[in-house]
Ligand binder design. Structure first.
Ligand SMILES: Nc1ncnc2c1ncn2[C@@H]1O[C@H](COP(=O)(O)OP(=O)(O)OP(=O)(O)O)[C@@H](O)[C@H]1O
Length: 268
């Protein structure tokens, strides 16, 4: 079980002229600081898949980077199975598999070598690494490119290799930042099946997405972030019930419920 409570993270604005027009009008901009995440809370239990939704710039990536310990929050708490992630980042890194949208592969290494390298960093036996890579190559349909150098991989090949790399140590929790962005329909289906398999094995999965069909297919829980705050945090069925099962309408409804203070979280 992972529990996130009251996360907040602000960034210093180095050059206000570089802010987008939308960011300049955003209530999160306070003087020289942009409060990207202001109050984010949710939890995800064993065998559950949680979909993290929100408009562009809502704070999803910032939140997921905090969970993965890549970023330190200014306030709030993150615990996995009762263990304080922020106080024990090394233990947390062992427990969490994180797919980031920004971490690249080593172009000179093959897909297999990229994944194996991470396995070795985690201290896993080489034989076990080889077995796990074979298993993941089956599941993610990677055999045709696994031994090619990663520098010329397509987006789909890169993403599958990055996902395999993120879970090589069989983490207790998997966090995926927009895992299907840029993938074709077949690769998207393969990644969705891979998440379903993690769920069947009891591994909690948190993933951010803009695709409501993926949420409907896979998620048990839905969290919506708007302007850095959790505005909805509940089951998929209660999310659907906000507007008779029309996911798109439910999403829009949660956004309109954000009145800008912390008391408007819809927790049905
Ligand atoms: N290091 C940083 N310095 C300054 N501002 C940042 C930094 N990282 C993120 N932000 C700002 O914080 C806000 C939230 O960004 P974040 O990437 O978390 O949003 P997101 O919900 O993942 O968006 P998207 O759906 O577009 O990926 C944005 O306005 C972004 O510009």
């Amino acid at each position: 079980m992972i529990e996130i409570s009251g996360l907040a993270k602000r960034f210093a604005v180095e050059n206000p002229k570089k802010l987008s027009e939308q960011e300049k009008k955003d209530p999160r901009l306070k003087g020289r600081f942009f409060n990207s995440v202001r109050d984010v809370s949710f939890s995800c239990g064993k065998g559950e898949v949680l979909g993290l939704l929100g408009p562009n710039g809502a704070g999803k990536t910032t939140t997921l980077r905090i969970l993965s310990t890549a970023l330190k929050p200014d306030s709030g708490s993150v615990s996995i199975d009762g263990e304080d992630v922020l106080a024990n980042p090394l233990i947390a890194r062992k427990k969490i598999g994180f797919l980031s949208s920004s971490t690249g592969l080593y172009g000179r290494l093959s897909g297999r070598e990229n994944i194996a390298y991470f396995g070795e960093l985690h201290g896993i036996d080489k034989k076990v690494i080889a077995e796990r890579i074979d298993e993941m190559a089956d599941l993610l349909d990677m055999h045709s490119f696994l031994d090619r150098r990663a520098e010329n991989f397509s987006s789909g090949m890169k993403q599958k290799t990055s996902i395999a790399r993120a879970v090589i140590h069989e983490p207790a929790l998997v966090v995926l930042d927009e895992p299907t962005t840029g993938l074709d329909i077949m690769a998207t289906g393969t990644v969705m099946e891979f998440i379903q398999r993690l769920k069947d094995k009891g591994t909690p999965v948190i993933f951010s997405t803009h695709h409501l069909d993926e949420v409907q297919l896979l998620c048990d829980r839905v969290t919506v972030i708007n302007q850095g705050k959790t505005v909805f945090n509940d089951t998929l069925s209660n999310f659907g019930a906000l507007s008779d099962g029309q996911m798109h309408q439910s999403f829009l409804k949660t956004l309109s419920m954000d009145t800008g203070d912390a008391d408007n979280v819809v927790n049905l």
